[in-house]
Design a protein around this ligand. Structure first.
Ligand SMILES: [Zn+2]
Length: 306
């Protein structure tokens, strides 16, 4: 039996269902989410599990909600599941935790927040910088004992990370929501005419107004597409941690092939990173396999001798 909602909305323009119960259709959300039109049937719809996920634009919702969006009057053929309720919670995780306290002149006087400020000051931050990024604290809750560093762009919270100051594990705790195309400090960096792509938020802060954090060494495709779209004409520096030479190569090549015009790589020794900045990075204009680039990668990736 073919699901009646699928038939109603997509006619015969679907494949499936496969053995998991997935139907595949051209994703109607890719365009609105900044990509070109999908013609590869990347949207997976699963009425049984009440799930919808596009592997191209990362649209995620329940099956029922997706059908409602596409055709308000469609008869919706689904069962509300626990998974569906969980999905709704995940969508709401893109707000700051309830216990979040913004650091500013007033809250900086609170004794209970002193250790958090001391930690930030030890990383050479000033209260002005802390306020600029909207950094705050959770004293209790799931993110208790952590600094919360939000990624705000164009007045919208895109993501946040929570870093312990007490050494408990994991060092960084992230929200359940996927990071999608979130980029830390992207709006501000674009306005400087240059972006420096680094892994973590503290590296981005250390890199100054041009610093942009990817929240890890393996950016999502959506993040890369956003960088290409908005920064193709300006100077882009790939500056991952010293242990991420292969990830640096991969990202630089991807950006180059996508048409980023003024592309550079900044390389550190293994164990060094932009947050520490003990030694300035070696900065090289990136052209695949140019002698300069090959020499730079070799210098920082000499096979270990025993
Ligand atoms: Zn899509």
């Amino acid at each position: 039996m073919i699901n009646s909602s699928i038939l109603y909305v997509f006619g015969n323009r679907f494949v499936g269902p496969n053995s998991n119960g997935d139907y595949q259709v051209d994703c109607p959300f890719c365009l609105a989410r900044g990509l070109t039109e999908d013609d590869g049937k990347h949207l997976y719809l699963n009425p049984g599990k009440n799930k919808a996920h596009c592997f191209r634009c990362d649209y995620r919702s329940s099956f029922a909600e997706t059908i409602r969006k596409l055709k308000g009057d469609a008869p919706v053929d689904f069962d509300e599941t626990e998974e569906d309720k969980k999905d709704k919670e995940i969508e709401q995780a893109n707000v700051l935790p309830q216990e979040f306290v913004l650091l500013d002149e007033e809250t900086a006087k609170l004794v209970v927040l002193a250790p958090y400020l001391e930690y930030l000051y030890s990383r050479k931050m000033t209260l002005d910088r802390i306020k600029k990024y909207g950094i705050g604290v959770c004293v209790s809750g799931r993110f208790g004992g952590r600094l919360v560093i939000p990624a705000w762009n164009y007045g919208k919270l895109e993501y946040f990370v929570a870093r312990t100051i007490w050494g408990n594990k994991p060092k960084y705790k992230n929200p359940h929501a996927p990071k999608k195309d979130a980029l830390f400090n992207f709006e501000c960096a674009l306005s400087t005419g240059m972006i420096v792509l680094v892994e973590g938020v503290f590296s981005a802060i250390a890199a100054g107004d041009s610093g942009v954090a990817l929240f890890g060494k393996n950016p999502y495709r959506l993040q890369v597409e956003r960088i290409v779209k908005e920064a193709r004409k300006i100077k882009v520096v790939v500056m991952l941690d010293g242990d991420a030479i292969n990830e640096s190569k991969k990202l630089a090549l991807e950006l180059y092939r996508s048409g980023v015009e003024k592309l550079y790589i900044g390389l550190f020794n293994d164990g060094d990173d932009p947050a520490e900045y003990r030694v300035p990075p070696l900065l090289v204009r990136y052209v695949p396999n140019s002698p300069e680039v090959l020499a730079a990668f070799y210098k920082f990736h000499v096979p270990k001798r025993i």
